[in-house]
Design a protein around this ligand. Structure first.
Ligand code: MG
Length: 249
């Protein structure tokens, strides 16, 4: 799983480096697929439930599951959540990051910072003996304190040979409640946070999720193993619990 996690992190880093005004989400997707295949992996999302791309590219009010498109050209001030998974030797990795396109409004920057903070607070709770509710409530507390909304319709998930395995990992909940976490579990933890109302609308085909009030959303995700020593990020270098410099991976 470390190999799948590292490749997932590497492709996310490389795609993120190509985010700039004038680039289409289709171009980002093409790059991502090539990068994964060139490095010995299989794009986990492609064909998953009929998903057409290697990345989910969700811009501004789009929360998750955006289809890459030639028509979606990024412009200054946008934010884009890129969610990408790679499968290596039958094991899946999954991670996401929301990137600013050029300079974004201060409130949007704050949304990104807070959502990343939600991710780290949640990961901190991914420890043997804690419960799923500890992860969710840690995320929820950070979002609430900032005045932002937590999307409830979609959650993180267990991950292994399949991208989506038991258990669901909600980004809300109550401390001390829910399934107990054990060493050896691997979870994809992925806060989806909205600037306004947490209400979302789902497209008729079941894919694209947008905020009901059309305000921006952010989404950050990492694959995390629960070990005897605590949470271990496996969609980054394994020795570094939290990347130096904050908004990085
Ligand atoms: Mg995921």
């Amino acid at each position: 799983m470390k190999q799948a996690g590292r490749l997932s992190a590497a492709v996310l880093r490389e795609v993120g480096a190509r985010v700039e005004p004038g680039v289409s989400t289709y171009e980002l997707d093409r790059f991502a697929e090539e990068y994964i295949r060139d490095n010995g992996g299989i794009p986990t999302f492609k064909g998953y439930g009929g998903f057409p791309g290697t990345i989910c590219a969700s811009v501004n009010e789009e929360v998750v599951h955006g289809f890459p498109s030639k028509k979606r050209v990024l412009k200054e001030g946008d934010v884009i959540s890129i969610d990408v998974g790679a499968t290596v030797d039958g094991w899946a990795g999954d991670n996401a990051w929301t990137f600013p396109v050029g300079k974004v409004a201060p409130e949007v920057k704050r949304l990104l910072d807070v959502t990343e903070e939600c991710l780290w607070a949640a990961i901190e709770m991914a420890r043997a003996g804690k419960r799923l509710g500890d992860i969710g409530s840690a995320c929820q507390r950070v979002a609430k304190a900032a005045g932002f909304g937590v999307v409830r319709e979609f959650t993180g998930h267990g991950i292994g040979r399949q991208m989506h395995e038991e258990p669901s990992v909600p980004n809300y909940g109550h401390r001390h409640l829910g399934r107990k976490l054990r060493s050896g579990m691997v979870l994809a933890i992925e806060p989806m946070i909205t600037m306004g109302s947490p209400r979302v609308v789902i497209a008729e085909n079941g894919w694209l999720v947008t905020t009901a009030d059309k305000k921006p959303a952010a989404h950050f995700e990492k694959t995390v193993a629960i070990t005897e020593e605590g949470p271990a990020l496996i969609s980054v270098e394994p020795t570094r619990r939290r990347p130096v410099g904050g908004a990085n991976y």
